[in-house]
Design a binder for this molecule. Structure first.
Ligand code: NDP
Ligand code: 8X3
Length: 251
C-alpha cells in the first residue's frame, strides 16, 4: 500500500522539491503552506505526472487553531507515515540590539511554535500506530551561531533540541526522528530574509554553487526510505564550497 507524507511549506524551495521526490517514488501527499494557488498547481502537476493522491491545505502554521483544524478535521483518519516539518523562514539579519521584534516573532512563531503545534497533533497518531517518521528541517544555524543570525539561529537550535528530545521519547514507540541541517540552499529563503530585496538576496549566492531544494529533498527521501530498523538521526549537508556557517569559498 502507498505511504502518505505530510510536507509543510510545500509552496516553494525545499518543501516543493520534497513533494516532487516523494511523488516520484509513489507516496501520496498532503501538502501545506499559505499560498493556495501554488499548492493547487503543484497538486495538479503531481497527480497528472505520477498518478498519486495529493491533497493540499492552505493555512498559516503560526495559528494553532488552523493547525488543529487541519489535523483533526481536514486530513481525517488517514495513516501518516512521514511528517516533514519544513515550513520556516529567516526574517532579517541584524545585531540583536538593532533587531525588529516583528521579525523575531515571525521566526519563533513559525520555526518553533508552528513545528510544535503540528507535531503535537501528528505524533500521537504515530505512537498509536507504533510506526511513523518525523523529519525536522533544521539548519547549520542549529549547530552554529553566526553574527546577526541571533534569533534565527536560536530557532534552529530549538529545532535541533526538539528533534533530539523527540528521539529520546519515541525510540521505544516505533517512531523515527530525523534532523536535517542544511547549509546554503538557493531557494526563496534569502528573498524572504531580506524582505523582498532581490539584489541583496542574490549576493548570498554570488560566486558559489549553492545546494538546491532537490539536494535536500534527496536527503529527506533517503532518510524516509531506510529499512524499518534504521533511523538516520542527523544529517548535516553543505555545499562543497562551505566550510562552516561563516566560511564560504566564493569565486
Ligand atoms: P522558501 O522560502 O523557499 O520556502 C519556505 C516555505 O515555508 C514556503 O513553502 C512557505 O510557504 C512556508 N512557510 C513560511 N512561513 C509559513 C507559515 N507561517 N505558514 C505556513 N507555511 C509557511 O525557503 P526554504 O525552502 O529554503 O526553507 C525551508 C526550510 O529550510 C526552512 O525551515 C528553512 O529555515 C530551512 N533551511 C533553509 C536553508 C536555505 O539556505 N535555504 C538552509 C537551512 C535550512 P508560504 O509562504 O506559501 O506560506
Ligand atoms: C539557512 C542557512 O546559513 O543562512 O538556515 O543560516 S543560513
Amino acid at each position: 500500500m502507498s505511504k502518505t507524507a505530510i510536507i509543510t511549506g510545500a509552496t516553494a524551495g525545499i518543501g516543493e522539491a520534497t513533494a516532487i521526490e516523494f511523488a516520484k517514488i509513489g507516496y501520496n501527499l498532503i501538502l501545506t503552506g499559505r499560498r493556495k494557488v501554488r499548492l493547487e498547481k503543484l497538486r495538479s502537476e503531481l497527480t497528472s505526472r505520477y498518478g498519486i493522491q495529493v491533497s493540499f491545505h492552505a493555512f498559516d502554521i503560526r495559528v494553532k487553531a488552523e493547525v488543529e483544524n487541519f489535523c483533526r478535521n481536514e486530513i481525517g483518519d488517514r495513516t501518516i507515515d512521514v511528517l516533514v516539518n519544513n515550513a520556516g523562514l529567516a526574517s532579517g539579519l541584524s545585531p540583536l540590539h538593532e533587531g525588529d521584534v516583528n521579525d523575531w516573532e515571525k521566526m519563533i512563531d513559525t520555526n518553533v511554535k508552528g513545528l510544535l503545534y503540528i507535531t503535537r497533533e501528528i505524533a500521537p497518531r504515530m505512537v498509536e500506530a507504533k510506526s511513523g517518521h518525523i523529519i525536522n528541517i533544521g539548519s547549520i544555524a542549529g549547530n552554529e551561531v553566526y553574527p546577526n543570525g541571533n534569533v534565527y539561529c536560536a530557532t534552529k537550535h530549538a529545532v535541533h533540541a526538539i528533534s533530539e528530545g523527540l528521539r529520546r521519547e519515541l525510540y521505544d514507540k516505533g517512531v523515527k526522528v530525523t534532523n536535517i541541517a542544511p547549509g546554503l540552499v538557493e531557494t526563496e529563503f534569502s528573498m524572504v530574509r531580506f524582505h523582498g530585496d532581490e539584489k541583496r538576496a542574490e549576493t548570498v549566492y554570488d560566486g558559489i554553487e549553492a545546494l538546491t531544494g532537490k539536494d535536500i529533498a534527496d536527503c529527506i527521501v533517503f532518510a524516509a526510505t531506510r529499512p524499518k530498523h534504521v533511523n538516520v538521526a542527523d544529517i548535516l549537508v553543505l555545499p562543497t564550497c562551505q566550510g562552516s556557517a561563516t566560511q564560504v569559498d566564493r569565486k
